[in-house]
Design a protein around this ligand. Structure first.
Ligand SMILES: Nc1ncnc2c1ncn2[C@@H]1O[C@H](COP(=O)(O)OP(=O)(O)OP(=O)(O)O)[C@@H](O)[C@H]1O
Ligand SMILES: [Mg+2]
Length: 248
């Protein structure tokens, strides 16, 4: 397991304490809601979604809750890497009816914490996330765990996180300080509100700039561009540049 899962590696560290506070705050801030399926997203890429979600999940599991984390980022799956687990089969295999749910659930090295990795990356992630089968799968899992956490791609970039609103009890937005400006954050919050989503918290993350350099929202290694499987037109390129400037 990577050292960035600090709640597991160094539970006494003040950062781990911060994740325990996050656990408490989210629990108490939503005392009357039954929040069990939580989707984690952010405005843009590399703001720390996966890292924050993994640490939050460990903090929940350490409090005795049965927790399942799902890699719902079918574009840049990373959860299995953080926990150093295999991703031969996962969510997409279940959605394509190639595997049963039970076959793809893996136990992590943290007690009470299980994982479904992304599985092979599909050509049409948004459609897959919006499918009836996805909703059924999440609802089945919800019945078996105290918490189901879904790591989703950035909501300011692709629709995958938003289309999960029907199965998501609450969204957690991760905002990298110094990257997400107020307008960018507003776009994310409005997108969630527009699909009737419930925002349970915004987590400010202090990612160092160097970690993010080289792969911004619309950089080429992000498979968002592959969705249409067509090269971008000049107009689309212009639009992307504009969006990028807007979110920076
Ligand atoms: N608070 C932090 N301090 C230091 N490094 C951090 C912090 N948060 C995240 N990182 C690092 O920044 C990088 C991006 O983090 P992470 O993968 O969690 O972001 P993400 O939003 O899930 O990215 P993606 O959009 O690719 O899914 C990783 O290398 C991670 O270890
Ligand atoms: Mg991620």
């Amino acid at each position: 397991m990577k050292k960035s899962i600090i709640t597991y590696k160094s539970p006494q560290d003040p950062i781990s304490e911060a994740f325990r506070n996050m656990r408490t705050n989210i629990t108490f801030a939503n005392i009357d809601d039954d929040l069990r399926v939580l989707t984690v997203t952010s405005t843009g890429q590399s703001e720390g979604k996966t890292t924050i979600m993994a640490n939050y999940a460990v903090a929940l599991a350490q409090s005795g809750k049965q927790v399942l984390i799902i890699d719902g980022d079918l574009r840049r799956p990373w959860l299995h890497k953080l926990f150093e687990m295999r991703n031969r089969r996962g969510l997409t295999n279940v959605l394509l009816k190639e595997a049963d749910i039970g076959d793809v659930i893996q136990q992590t090295s943290v007690g009470n914490l299980q994982m479904i990795t992304s599985g092979p990356i599909p050509p049409n992630p948004s459609e897959i996330m919006a499918s009836k089968r996805m909703a059924e799968t999440i609802n089945t899992l919800k019945a078996a765990y105290d918490f189901v956490l879904i790591d989703a791609p950035p909501i300011g970039v692709v629709t995958d996180a938003a289309v999960l609103s029907a199965v998501t009890d609450g969204y957690i937005i991760v905002a990298a300080l110094s990257v997400t400006n107020r307008d960018g954050l507003k776009v994310a919050l409005d997108t969630i509100k527009n699909v009737g989503g419930n925002i349970v918290g915004v987590v400010a993350n202090n990612t160092p700039q160097t970690k993010r350099s080289g792969y911004y929202y619309y950089s080429y290694d992000y498979s968002y561009d592959n969705e249409s499987k067509q090269p971008l037109t000049r107009q689309e390129k212009k639009q992307k540049k504009k969006m990028k400037r807007k979110h920076q």
